[in-house]
Design a binder for this molecule. Structure first.
Ligand SMILES: Cc1cc2nc3c(=O)[nH]c(=O)nc-3n(C[C@H](O)[C@H](O)[C@H](O)COP(=O)(O)O)c2cc1C
Length: 376
């Protein structure tokens, strides 16, 4: 043990530490049906040492899918599959939220019911690629259509239904995926949302749908302490941009804070060597807006190492750090931080799809110690 990372190892609210696991799509659900399986249960159980696991992005409806083999939360079988996962995490003393996802325009008709067109904030295509089968070959996204005004309450209802299923599946809460260019982000940012109805145009209009979703999810969960929201205010991932991220996301954060949300979670960057110079002013403004309005925790994410994360918590930049890639090859990442390493590096080739390789085959320090004693 080392106390170099003590700030990360201290509890906060209901969580045993501040080393959380960021949502990571791994595309290993059982197909057909996008059903969470036993291998996924092993993967999450191995990572139960996180203060909170935020499980991978999980489509709320058949139209919310955008990648092959991502687990959903809109059928009985999916709900039962997730229940087995949460039981295993809880048996190890862990906590787990589910990330609720609708990809919007970032999809391919081969993944959607009756080969429909994807639906987005507008009919502008996303210049990105996706995979539609086990080959994991990349395909251009399909031309989307804009959601009709009258369809929006139906999507809000899908979020509500998914929240109820997540609760029935034993999750400790849900995180609304408002980041990384997916549906809610497509409505939030003016680079994509050029709608002319009450869901587009002014900032108030652009935030109407995301805030309707947040309010409905809080009501469906029954308590705001079971709800978080993820944003990526400075990302330009998949061509989703905003002309004034500070104003847009501070206003969104205020609305979320007023709902008393448990946390606001931001992807600050994916690469600290290329940080957007606006980060140092934009993030504190957003966090202040969230907390002043009644929101609880700020979760920072993006290319943090144990040292930089410790400094971020110590300096008051954030309350918690969510790590993504470090949890992939280090299933006991929090225990490794507690003793100062060692850390394995992730391998991109096994991020998405496939079997146990690059997924559940990494040993923990405890297993390695047992192995060493039994072979001595
Ligand atoms: C394999 C992989 C899958 C990801 N899947 C998701 C996801 O499902 N939802 C999400 O919000 N972000 C997702 N992300 C982004 C991560 O949560 C995180 O923001 C990013 O990896 C940067 O943090 P890190 O440097 O700690 O890895 C993914 C990233 C990777 C590498």
């Amino acid at each position: 043990m080392t106390d170099a990372h003590a700030p990360l190892l201290s509890p906060i609210r209901n969580y045993t530490n501040r080393i959380w696991m960021a949502p990571l799509t791994r595309s290993r659900a059982s197909m057909p049906g996008n059903v969470p399986n036993e291998m996924m249960g092993t993967y999450y159980e191995q990572r139960a040492g996180a203060g909170l696991i935020i499980a991978e992005a999980t489509p709320i409806s058949p139209m919310g899918h955008g990648y092959y083999a991502t687990p959903g939360i809109h059928s009985e079988a999916q709900q039962a599959g997730w229940k087995a996962v949460t039981d295993r995490v809880h048996a190890k003393g862990g906590k787990i939220f589910l990330q609720l996802w609708h990809v919007g325009r970032v999809s391919h008709s081969a993944l959607l019911p009756d080969n429909q067109q994807p639906v987005g904030a507008t009919d502008v295509i996303s210049e990105s690629k996706t995979y539609i089968d086990h080959s994991m070959e990349r395909h251009d996204n399909t031309q989307p259509r804009a959601l009709e005004t009258h369809e929006i309450p139906g999507v809000v209802q899908d979020f509500v239904d998914a929240t109820r299923r997540a609760k029935a599946a034993g999750f400790d809460g849900v995180e609304i995926h408002g980041a990384n260019s997916y549906l809610l982000d497509q409505f939030t940012r003016d680079g994509v949302n050029t709608r002319t109805d009450e869901y587009g145009g002014s900032l108030e209009n652009r935030l109407r749908f995301p805030l309707m979703v947040a309010k409905a999810v809080v009501e469906a969960w029954g308590d705001p302490s079971g709800v978080g929201y993820r944003i990526s205010p400075l990302s330009e991932h998949k061509d989703v941009r905003d002309s004034d991220p500070q104003a847009t996301f501070s206003t969104l954060a205020k609305g979320l804070g007023e709902l008393g949300l448990e946390y606001l979670h931001a992807v600050e960057t994916w690469d600290r060597s290329e940080v957007d110079p606006r980060l140092d002013s934009v993030i504190p403004a957003i966090v202040k807006s969230f907390k002043d309005a009644g929101g609880k925790l700020y979760i920072a994410n993006g290319d943090y190492a144990p040292e930089s994360a410790t400094q971020a918590v110590d300096s008051g930049w954030c309350d918690v750090v969510a790590f993504g890639r470090p949890w992939i090859p280090n299933p006991d990442f929090a225990a490794r931080v507690a003793q100062g390493g060692p850390y394995r590096e992730p391998d991109r080739d096994t991020f998405y799809g496939g079997g146990p390789e690059g997924y559940t085959e990494f040993t923990s320090l405890e297993e390695e110690a047992q192995e060493a004693t039994s072979t001595r």
